[in-house]
Design a protein around this ligand. Structure first.
Ligand SMILES: Nc1ncnc2c1ncn2[C@@H]1O[C@H](COP(=O)(O)OP(=O)(O)O)[C@@H](O)[C@H]1O
Ligand SMILES: [Mg+2]
Length: 380
């Protein structure tokens, strides 16, 4: 019999048979988007926002709601983002025959170049060439498109802007208010703004910023250990394998229950078990898989480490060795030569901005839970 495919998937969106938990979040998101709400979906990186949204959009398509999804951080300029937004909205509202009359009327200030390729069926939008092109005047019209295309069209739309916190990189002054002003008029269109780096997103949603109180906020937490255990045991069980209780605990602890990392370690453990054809997987097996993953990342960790200041390195060592709660304690500060609490605080904040540390439930944690394993091994 051919080996079954590895059921642990990471680094891409997860589809239903492999999707763990999130039942109520999925239900709420589908309902809110179908209702035309503007939802803010927040969590640190790799907690499962994009996967959750992808599944929600799939369910919405089954209800004949047209969907659009863009990852803001994929685009290198405001103009390019607007072009892709327009293209995807037109494609979702299509077929071309039903939007072409509308397209002909589009563009009051700037007339964009909108083309339809008969053979590929693709729509392309070009706003203007050259670095001197200013997209700001046309942006409101672009963001108004979903509303105009759904009005009296007999369908609704749901739009995801993923890695939304990056939007201010394009044009900090106007882009947020341009989007806010347009989307609030669009009753037939649900939006989900998904954001990593909670500190940036919190700022974006604060008073005096355009998105303040624009819609409900949904915080995506970690997936509970019990759900992971059931899922992991079932998958290995179907292959006639079993993880000892300590092995399971070690896996979840090393991953810090971060969905991406649970899947990454479980994926590696699966391959390891296949290779050795082991039926019983022990703590030692999990440790050797973790060591292998850390070793594979070591060039990257080395580079990252070299770019840090000595103060940042000391703070990371302290968090890796002693955990985040005691880092301000006098004993820890003197042991790791961290200096006064204010210096530690500044180091932690800069590491947060560098996306090495983040905060979850009022605790500092490593965005990549294997990085502290590497740090500890270094000084051992
Ligand atoms: N509900 C889930 N069930 C199983 N694995 C998940 C789930 N959500 C996320 N993951 C795992 O985490 C990885 C990262 O998820 P992703 O949706 O890309 O996170 P984010 O968008 O928050 O950065 C996925 O590729 C998958 O391996
Ligand atoms: Mg994502």
């Amino acid at each position: 019999m051919a080996n079954p495919e590895n059921p642990f998937i990471f680094g891409e969106v997860i589809d239903e048979p492999y999707f763990v938990n999130r039942t109520s979040e999925l239900r709420d998101l589908v309902r809110d988007l179908a209702d035309g709400q503007k939802v803010f979906l927040l969590s640190p990186r790799r907690f499962g926002k994009s996967s959750l949204v992808a599944l929600a959009l799939l369910k919405l398509r089954k209800k004949h709601i047209r969907t659009v999804s863009l990852t803001v951080s994929s685009y290198s300029s405001y103009t390019q983002f607007l072009e892709k937004f327009a293209e995807k909205v037109l494609r979702a509202a299509g077929p071309w025959d039903r939007v072409k009359d509308w397209v002909a009327r589009f563009g009051r200030n700037v007339k964009p170049d909108i083309n339809y390729n008969m053979t590929t069926g693709e729509v392309s939008v070009s706003l203007g060439r050259g670095a001197g092109f200013d997209p700001v005047p046309i942006a409101p019209e672009i963001f108004a498109m979903p509303g105009e295309l759904t009005r009296n069209a007999g369908f609704r739309m749901a739009i995801c802007l993923d890695e939304f916190q990056q939007i201010s990189e394009f044009d900090s002054g106007t882009v947020e208010s341009a989007i806010r002003n347009e989307v609030q008029e669009q009753r037939e269109v649900g939006y989900v703004f998904a954001g990593s780096q909670p500190s940036l997103v919190r700022e974006m949603l604060s008073a005096r910023r355009p998105f303040h109180k624009a819609g409900p906020q949904m915080f995506l937490g970690k997936i509970a250990a019990g759900d992971w255990k059931a899922y992991i045991s079932r998958q290995f069980g179907q292959r006639g394998r079993r993880l000892e209780e300590t092995a399971m605990e070690a896996l979840l602890a090393a991953a810090d229950l971060i969905p991406y990392d649970v899947q990454r370690i479980a994926h590696e453990l699966w391959d390891y078990a296949e290779l050795k054809d082991k039926r019983e997987l022990t703590n030692a097996d999990v440790q050797s898989v973790i060591d292998r993953l850390v070793a594979a990342q070591s060039t990257y960790y080395e580079l990252l480490w070299e770019q840090l200041t000595v103060g940042q390195r000391a703070a990371l060592q302290a968090v890796a060795e002693r955990g985040p709660s005691d880092i301000y304690a006098q004993t820890v500060r003197s042991e790791f030569r961290l200096g006064p609490a204010s210096t530690v605080q500044r180091a932690l904040r800069s590491l947060d901005a560098k996306d090495i540390l983040d905060r979850y439930e009022d605790r500092t944690f490593f965005v990549d839970p294997l990085f502290p394993v590497w740090i500890r091994a270094k000084t051992a």
